[in-house]
Design a protein around this ligand. Structure first.
Ligand SMILES: Cc1cc2nc3c(=O)[nH]c(=O)nc-3n(C[C@H](O)[C@H](O)[C@H](O)COP(=O)(O)O)c2cc1C
Length: 449
C-alpha cells in the first residue's frame, strides 16, 4: 500500500505523550493543561482529545513513549522528575482500546520498542488491537536510544548500529508471523466443525543472530493485515531501516529546506531499498500556537515560554542527545559539542540551522531553542497565518504532512481544529471527510471527501 496522496492532501497526526508533560517542556504548568475533571491519568481527557482530533479529520493520534525519563543531565533523574519532563508516563498501549471505543475513524499509533518486546508478543498485542479498532493501528518502530531502558529490562545495551541490525531481524520475524495465516484460514463453521483450517496456518521457525521464535500467532489476521509502520530514524542506519520498512518517516526539522533535504534523501534511500519512493511519506513535527489574532497567539507563546525552567530544558536536551549539557560552558559554540550518542539528528538540525544563517550559536542558545518545544518549529499566529505557513512548509518540504504537538492540551487541539482546520479545508488541501475506514486507507486518501 502506498502513501498515495503526497502533494494532494495534507495529512495530520498528533504528537502526544500519555503524560501530563507533552513536548513543550514544563508546558503542563499552563492552567489550560490541567482542566478539572480531565486529569491526565484518567481516560476522559484522552477520549475528549481523540474525539477532537477525529472532528478535525486527523489521520491518527500518535503516542511517543520511552521506558524511563532522561537521567543524563547531572547524571540524575531529579530534574526530569521535578520538572515533569515527559514524566510520569503511562502505557499508551493500555489506553489505545479506550480511545478506539469512542472513535470510529481515527488511527491510533503507539511506539513499541524492538529492544524490549519480544516480536511474538508485539504481534499478538497489535493484532488484537487492530481487530478491536477495525483496522486503525500503527506501530512506531523504535529501537530505544537510552541506556537506562536497557538497565530497567536487564538487557544488554547494544551499540547504535547494532540496534538497527537487530531491529531489521526483528522486523523479518514480525513479517513471518503476520504471513503465517493464509487469509481464508479462519472458517468458524460449527456444522463441520471447523474453527481454523490447520492446513492454512504455517508455524514459523526463526533462529537468527539475535532472535529465536517458533510458533504462529494465536490471533486471527487483522483488518489491516499488519499495523501501519511509522519510524523516525535520523542517522544513516536509522534512515536506511526506515526506508526499507516504514510507510511514514517522522522527523523534526527546523526549516523547509531541511525538510526538503530529508524528503529527498528518504526518497532516494527508499528506491535504493527496492521500493517506490511513493511507498514512504515523511511527516514533520510542528507546534502550532494559534489564537484569533496574531497578538493573542504571541502572548500565549510568551506565557508558555515563561513557564519553562532551565533545569527542565537541560534535562530534555541531555536526555534526547545522551550528553550532559550541564557539563558544557554555556558560552561555547555548539560546533564544539562532541559527537552525540543519542538522537543526533535533532541536534544536528540546530547546528545546520545556525550554519545556514551564518550565525554563531552558543550552547545556551541551543538549550533555549530546545526549551520551547524540543526543537519542533513553533508556528505562531492568527488562523490564516498558521494555515498559510503550514501549507508553505508542506509544499516546500516535500512531506505528506505534520505531527502536531500541543502547546497545552486538550485545548491546543480544540483551538487548532476550530481555527486552522476549516481554512485548510477551504483551501482544498485537507480532507473534509474520511473516505476509507482503516488508517492505511486514510493515509492513501487523495480526494477531500
Ligand atoms: C517525531 C519523533 C518521534 C519519536 N518518538 C520516539 C518514541 O516514542 N520513543 C523512542 O524511543 N524514540 C522516539 N524517537 C526517536 C527515534 O526513534 C530515533 O531514535 C531518533 O530519531 C534518532 O535516530 P537514530 O536512531 O537513527 O539515531 C522519535 C523521534 C522523532 C523525530
Amino acid at each position: 500500500v502506498t502513501v498515495g496522496s503526497r502533494g494532494k492532501l495534507m495529512h495530520l497526526m498528533s504528537l502526544t505523550l500519555f503524560s501530563p508533560g507533552q513536548h513543550s517542556v514544563t508546558g503542563w504548568r499552563h492552567p489550560l493543561s490541567t482542566p478539572k475533571g480531565l486529569e491526565w491519568n484518567r481516560p476522559q481527557v484522552w477520549q475528549r482529545l481523540a474525539q477532537e482530533l477525529e472532528r478535525g479529520r486527523f489521520d491518527a493520534l500518535f503516542f511517543a513513549d520511552q521506558p524511563l525519563p532522561g537521567n543524563v543531565y547531572q547524571g540524575s533523574y531529579d530534574s526530569a522528575l521535578k520538572n515533569g519532563v515527559m514524566f510520569p508516563a503511562h502505557d499508551p498501549l493500555v489506553l489505545a482500546p479506550i480511545i478506539a471505543s469512542v472513535t470510529s475513524k481515527l488511527g491510533i499509533a503507539v511506539s513499541m520498542s524492538t529492544a524490549y518486546y519480544h516480536p511474538f508478543m508485539l504481534v499478538r498485542k497489535l493484532s488484537t488491537l487492530d481487530n478491536l479498532s477495525d483496522g486503525r493501528v500503527a506501530w512506531n518502530v523504535v529501537t530505544s536510544y537510552q541506556e537506562n531502558g536497557a538497565e530497567a529490562f536487564g538487557a544488554d545495551f547494544l551499540s547504535h548500529d547494532e540496534r538497527y541490525r537487530r531491529a531489521d531481524e526483528y522486523f523479518d520475524v514480525c513479517e513471518k508471523l503476520w504471513n503465517s495465516w493464509e487469509p481464508d484460514a479462519l472458517v468458524e463453521d460449527p456444522s463441520l466443525p471447523l474453527m481454523v483450517d490447520p492446513s492454512k496456518v504455517h508455524p514459523i521457525e526463526h533462529d537468527g543472530e539475535f532472535i529465536k521464535c517458533s510458533g504462529f500467532p494465536v490471533t486471527v489476521p487483522s483488518p489491516q493485515h499488519h499495523p501501519v509502520i511509522f519510524q523516525a530514524g535520523s542517522s544513516p542506519a536509522g534512515r536506511d531501516f526506515c526506508a526499507k520498512r516504514a510507510e511514514v518517516a517522522f522527523a523534526v526539522m527546523i526549516t523547509a529546506e531541511q525538510m526538503a533535504a530529508f524528503s529527498a534523501d528518504m526518497a532516494e534511500r527508499t528506491e535504493n531499498a527496492g521500493r517506490k519512493s511513493s511507498d514512504l511519506g515523511c511527516a514533520f513535527g510542528v507546534q502550532p500556537i494559534v489564537a484569533p489574532t496574531e497578538a493573542e497567539a504571541r502572548e500565549r507563546q510568551h506565557e508558555i515560554r515563561e513557564l519553562v525552567t532551565l533545569d527542565g530544558a537541560m534535562s530534555a536536551i541531555s536526555g534526547h542527545t545522551g550528553f550532559d549539557f550541564g557539563s558544557l560552558d554555556p558560552t561555547a559554540s555548539i560546533k564544539d559539542v562532541p559527537e552525540l550518542p543519542g538522537v543526533r539528528g535533532v541536534f544536528n538540525s540546530i547546528v545546520d540551522f545556525a550554519e545556514g544563517r551564518g550565525e554563531e550559536m552558543t550552547v545556551a542558545d541551543a538549550v533555549k531553542a530546545y526549551s520551547d518545544s524540543v526543537l519542533l518549529p513553533q508556528i505562531v499566529g492568527s488562523p490564516e497565518q498558521v494555515a498559510e505557513e503550514m501549507i508553505t512548509l508542506w509544499e516546500e518540504g516535500g512531506g505528506i504532512g505534520f505531527l502536531v504537538s500541543p502547546p497545552y492540551y486538550p485545548g491546543g487541539y480544540t483551538d487548532f481544529v476550530d481555527l486552522v482546520v476549516p481554512i485548510l479545508q477551504e483551501k482544498g488541501v485537507y480532507r473534509k471527510s474520511y473516505v476509507g475506514n482503516t488508517l492505511r486507507e486514510h493515509l492513501a486518501q487523495t480526494s477531500v471527501g
